[in-house]
Design a protein around this ligand. Sequence first.
Ligand code: DAH
Length: 330
Amino acid sequence: MKEKIEQIKKDFTSELTSVDTEDSLENIRIKYFSRNGLFAQLFEDFKSLPKEEKPKFGQILNIEKQSAQQKFDEIKQKLESNSTDKAEYIDLSLPGREREIGNVHVLNQTLNEVKSIFKGLGFSIYTGPEIESDENNFEMLNFPDDHPARDMQDTYFLSESFLLRTHTSPVQVRLMKKHQPPYRAIMPGRVYRNEAISAKSYCLFHQLEGLVIDTNVTFAELKGTLVYFIKQLFGSDVKYRFRASFFPFTEPSAEVDIWWEPKGKEGKWLEILGCGMVDPNVLNNLKIDSEKYIGYAFGMGIERIAMLKYGIDDIRLFFDNDKRFLNQFK
Ligand code: DAH
């Protein structure tokens, strides 16, 4: 028995020192510590020892098995920590990972450009909420109840008297409710329309509104301001026209078209904004003296302008967040 124990101990130690992979360690575990392993066999032999030898060998066996197990565990731990070291090893010869730099969305670029032109003309910026009352969005702007003019804009109603604003014109109302004239302000913002989604129209888009009210404002000033704006934005060669139109809140009203001729395609007139002299009814609604004050207003779609400026033919591209599209405007 004693020799057998010594032999196993010797073999185990020498096998363990030459171990270098987790597989070979596993083989040692099976050979020595499994249910039919060499230590189990020793305990089997122990059973048939004469009674008086049992205490002595029992002790030796337990001590030897324990110390073998301890050595085994140490090696196992070493092997495992070596392998995690490998996973964390940094290969300095690998090429670096390129960091992508974002850019301002093309709509914001366009909006910033439009804003800066009007800021240069002394306009300040005023904003209002996207959830509006029917009163601000329609009533105060001279859209009477049941008037067909309301059908010009398909509305998302939230309740009887609240809605998602269909245009930025209610911000004019807010400005007039809160402050006394004179005003010279632009009002950018997001608006909503309940329209079928297509390349030409989307359920939300952006507008920029303008309002100037003072004691001596003229239609000529409106024209001069908008012509200056168009030339700044599209270049001084741009061909434009003012065309008579209708809006409930302006009288007279006009729309401005610019001549659009993409390379290799037939040219056409495209509407880019609506404008007019503020209807005295609107001033009266808001308790502003329409004998003393006169003003003009205008409103334009930012998507429409960006589409013209950059030759984009589908409005949905602005909202898809496809990097292949967005990256073209770095
Ligand atoms: N609110 C109009 C629309 O969404 C655009 C507009 C037209 C605004 C004429 C104005 C204006 O301020 O004077 O269709």
